[in-house]
Design a protein around this ligand. Sequence first.
Ligand code: NAX
Length: 342
Amino acid sequence: MSAQEPRTVTVTGAGGQIGYALLFRIASGAVFGPGTPVRLRLLEIPAGLKAAEGTALELQDCAFAALDSVEVTENAARAFDGTNVALLVGARPRGPGMERGDLLSANGAIFGPQGAAINAGAADDVRVLVVGNPANTNALIAAAHAPDVPAERFTAMTRLDHNRALAQLAGTLDVPVASIGNIIIWGNHSATQVPDISHGVLTGADGAQRPLPDALAEALGGAGKVATWLDETFIPRVAKRGAEIIEVRGSSSAASAAAAAIDHVRDWVRGTTGSWTSAAVLSDGSYGVPRGLVSSFPVNSRDGAWEIQQGLSVAADVRARIEGSVRELEEERDMVKSLGLV
Ligand code: NAX
């Protein structure tokens, strides 16, 4: 691909709040760089079409040099035809009295047909990021309906959790976010997710690097304090940040979710350098996560493909948490299997 070749990006749920925060950044060149023209396809259901059309008008009014075209549609075949990047944001939220099975079933009715439409019409290099919850299992459902697309092209977003963890650490240590690297989110994008700082690295202004646990021990007053801080403050704060945002803001995370989606796709397409990041990708059995689940791992992106960072030691307490989160993913997978969705 030359830098100038137009790229087609499909965003589902384009009339929603994440869509509104996401589309302008894609159109401004934040994913592919300002030199690559972008064709946007906005997929919505009838209830969201007007909002998406309004967003499309505003996108035109931004006169972004990188924006080649915007099209709004409620037709999945049209939306995914020739698409290079599909951001599956629109999902069915959990309604009052809805059980997990009902939620998975309602989302199966969305992500199954969208996976099939991707299979039928997307570009050969299509990359899919599922944002809509339950994101990991929705990615599994979409992949199951796209047998001709390599399953590793279906990913789910845990970058927001990763970025939230970075922000908490930077605030606690009073250092720039960019000075922290190699933290990890393992498992499911849910309250069982496992933020892990044990391999984290802090780079000082002089370029010297030190282990993040050592820096935390110094800041908090001893290694024993770090363990308590991780258990009682850091992990719950990161895992429950979504609820905190809803409580304070009055609605769920939107701009930060959009920024994380941009980070995920940009790194996937253009590569990671230095630190690894976190993404929910197809498990190849690494770290004891059963093959075939879409689970969050430490990942690097090289030549347009995610690779799971290998060879990291995992402490017993972190491993126990990962097993809990993976059990939840297995339960979700078993449920969608029993519902005939995969
Ligand atoms: P909104 O309710 O604002 O927007 C969702 C939009 O999707 C609506 O306009 C709706 O009409 C549309 N939609 C529903 N079904 C569709 C379908 N079949 N095809 C196309 N469009 C469809 O939600 P928003 O705040 O934008 O959140 C979207 C999703 O992101 C939710 O599932 C939410 O739970 C999830 N999130 C995931 C995060 C993550 O880190 N993975 C974090 C943020 C967010 O909570």
